[in-house]
Write a protein that binds this ligand. Structure first.
Ligand code: FHN
Length: 456
């Protein structure tokens, strides 16, 4: 009789929370951090100086690469579970069970990011498909138990970043197509709130309190060098601004100096990414696949793909040129923002060759001209027709996209110029006449040449 009672109690417990936690050691509450609490400006300083980071969208969705039985998923390949209507069981069987990236080498990835001039890496710890890229105590739907790979990917990249002295950051999705409480009940298509914002799921608060929140706490305590939590999936109706504000203070309570984007709350104005009027949590705005038309005097970071997909999608050959990517970096910094440029590694754990090629080109440029990017800010001068200005104390960097045919660079008439030289070769000074500079016939850089102007 006692046995039956125990069985009844146990199954009620499981039904109640909906996702049976791993039968592993009791998850202890995340330790309170013992760090010195920095001011907001001190906490944001490294991020503001960094200016350029690598986004990595990687997970089981790299296996199908956006294609199922000959059908191509529209948009990002990381949405294939939703867009091509996998059931949870089918996705586990056809996709997750085949995720075995045996070529993955975290040190190689980090070296490519550093050589490209990137100062931080943001890896998807869990995207919308709910698959966890680390050894989690909270679920069996992780790389250790649900995939043949069985190695902790978050740990590998965390350690490779520490070794290479580059900031390690995590993207974490609020949306979760694997967690029953995170989806609208009884709907074949996941997360029906995504398609119909009026659909709400009464179970969602349980998912938030018992799964999503402790999971981020686990990541922050298991991997001690997480410097940014980059939330996504803030748009669903189930997720409330009360949860967002609670989440932000919970995270800062564990790690006071961590930086959190504005998608932790509900303030984001769509893909334009900046906060609408009101009081919302989050440390920086997140324009996506677009660059604001003018400078913005708050912290923001534009995230962008190299082709059209965040996740690996070989059928998408619409690659931005290296020139375009370098000009985007300059344009963003000239408006006071950061550039988070995405890589979608394949199912073997390799960067697509087109991405490798562009990273190398950007690395050559940032090696020669990085002084005009890192720690640089928007300039007080209006944007010139031929390019962009960035600035530092007493210095303006003129980024010339269109090299003048007559060899004369016309600058802003309010600029009081003391001297000027080509950043790529400061050994020769350039002739300055009033607000114009005499340039050599040939531009030193094939994409964007930089003139360093010392102000009076
Ligand atoms: O739905 C996601 C998408 O898959 C990708 O992660 C981008 C990049 O942040 N964010 C969402 C779309 O806005």
């Amino acid at each position: 009789m006692r046995k039956i009672l125990q069985m009844v109690v146990f199954s009620v417990f499981i039904l109640n929370i909906g996702c049976a936690p791993k039968q592993k050691k009791k998850e202890k509450a995340p330790e309170k951090a013992k760090q010195v609490v920095l001011s907001d400006d001190e906490r944001m300083e490294w991020w503001r100086d960094a200016r350029f980071g690598m986004f990595i969208h990687w997970g089981p969705y790299a296996v199908p690469g956006g294609e199922r039985n000959g059908e191509i998923c529209k948009g990002g390949a990381e949405w294939i579970m939703d867009k091509l209507d996998y059931t949870i069981e089918d996705y586990e069987k056809e996709v997750t069970a085949k995720f075995n990236p045996v070529e993955f080498d975290a040190d190689k990835w980090v070296k490519m990011a550093k050589d490209a001039g990137m100062k931080y890496i943001v890896l998807t710890s869990k995207h919308h498909d709910g698959f966890c890229m680390w050894d989690s105590e909270l679920t069996d739907y992780d790389v250790m138990d649900a995939s043949p790979y069985k190695k902790d990917i978050v740990k590998a990249l965390s350690e490779a970043c520490r070794k290479a002295d580059i900031h390690f950051c995590l993207y974490h999705s609020i949306v979760d197509w694997h967690q029953p409480q995170a989806q609208a009940p009884l709907y074949p298509n996941y997360n029906a709130g995504q398609k119909d914002q009026t659909v709400v799921n009464p179970e969602f608060p349980k998912y938030y309190e018992n799964y999503l929140k402790p999971m981020v706490g686990e990541l922050l305590t298991k991997y001690d060098n997480v410097d940014v939590i980059w939330f996504d999936g803030d748009w669903i109706a189930d997720y409330t601004t009360e949860m967002g504000k609670d989440f932000y203070s919970y995270i800062r309570g564990i790690k006071p100096n961590v930086i959190v984007n504005n998608r932790v709350d509900k303030g984001r104005n769509g893909m334009e990414g900046m906060d609408k009027e009101g009081n919302f949590a989050g440390d920086f705005g997140t324009p996506e696949q677009e660059i604001p038309a003018t400078g913005i005097d708050s912290d923001w970071e534009a995230c962008m793909t190299m082709n059209g997909s965040w996740g690996y999608k070989p059928s998408d050959t619409n690659w931005k040129s290296s020139e375009t990517l370098i000009q985007h970096l300059v344009d963003i910094v000239s408006k006071g923002g950061n550039f988070l440029l995405n890589i979608g590694p394949d199912a073997q754990g390799l960067f697509p060759p087109e991405s490798v090629e562009r990273l190398a080109e950007m690395g050559k440029w940032t090696k020669a001209n990085g002084e005009s990017i890192y720690g640089a800010k928007a300039s007080p001068y209006d944007r010139p027709d031929w390019g962009r200005y960035t600035s530092k104390e007493g210095v303006v960097y003129a980024h010339v996209f269109d090299w003048p045919k007559d060899g004369v660079l016309h600058l802003n008439p309010n600029m009081k110029i003391k001297s000027a030289g080509l950043l790529a070769d400061l050994s020769t000074t350039l002739d300055v006449v009033d607000h114009s500079i005499k340039l050599p016939a040939e531009a030193p850089d094939q994409y964007v040449s930089v003139v360093k102007i010392v102000l009076q």
